[in-house]
Design a protein around this ligand. Structure first.
Ligand code: RP5
Length: 165
């Protein structure tokens, strides 16, 4: 993969994760960020997960969002092989105990190799995008300005809902 201007990667363990992770991708696009999107499994394609993580920084990626369900080791496995910030999104897969399995697998990283774990499911998917935006905003004034606008719009929506009651 050539170095490009796509500096956020959204990686998920299966195409079955896409219905939830679309919310993450769409939120990034709202901020003008076109992410690299990959399906990579920590368990089914561990070699590809390792290659992706080890090459990510040299490929221009600054933040990695990694989502998975069940024994959700994807975010941790990637974090083990890169010093880039990794944001984890635990998902509630079919037959999962409401995503608690994935939450614990994502959040319970050993000291020294952190994953910034978001909430389970769509809320976490959206917050992963916003958190990635917040990281990029530290060194990008245009993204920082969009973040200010996003917060203002969000505030306004709540005020309007309050007025409508
Ligand atoms: C995880 O197992 C994936 O992230 C997905 O949430 C879950 C089930 O995967 P599929 O059997 O639908 O491919 O690795």
């Amino acid at each position: 993969m050539a170095k490009n201007d796509k500096n956020v990667a959204v990686v998920m363990g299966s195409d079955s994760d896409m219905p939830v992770m679309k919310a993450c991708i769409d939120k990034l696009k709202d901020f003008g960020i076109e992410p690299i999107v990959r399906i990579i499994s920590a368990h089914r394609t561990p070699d590809i997960a390792a290659e992706f993580a080890e090459a990510a920084a040299q490929n221009g990626i600054k933040v990695i969002i990694a989502a998975a369900g069940m024994a959700a080791h994807l975010a941790g496995a990637i974090a083990a092989r890169t010093a880039l910030p990794v944001i984890g999104v635990p998902l509630a897969a079919d037959q999962s105990p409401a995503g608690i399995d994935a939450l614990l697998s994502t959040v319970q990283m050993p000291p020294g190799i952190p994953v910034a774990s978001m909430a389970i499911g769509k809320a976490g998917a959206i917050n992963a995008a916003v958190f990635a935006v917040q990281i990029l905003a530290l060194s990008d004034e245009k993204i920082a300005a969009k973040l200010v606008d996003f917060r203002k719009a969000q505030r306004q929506k709540v005020i309007e809902k309050d007025s409508a009651i």
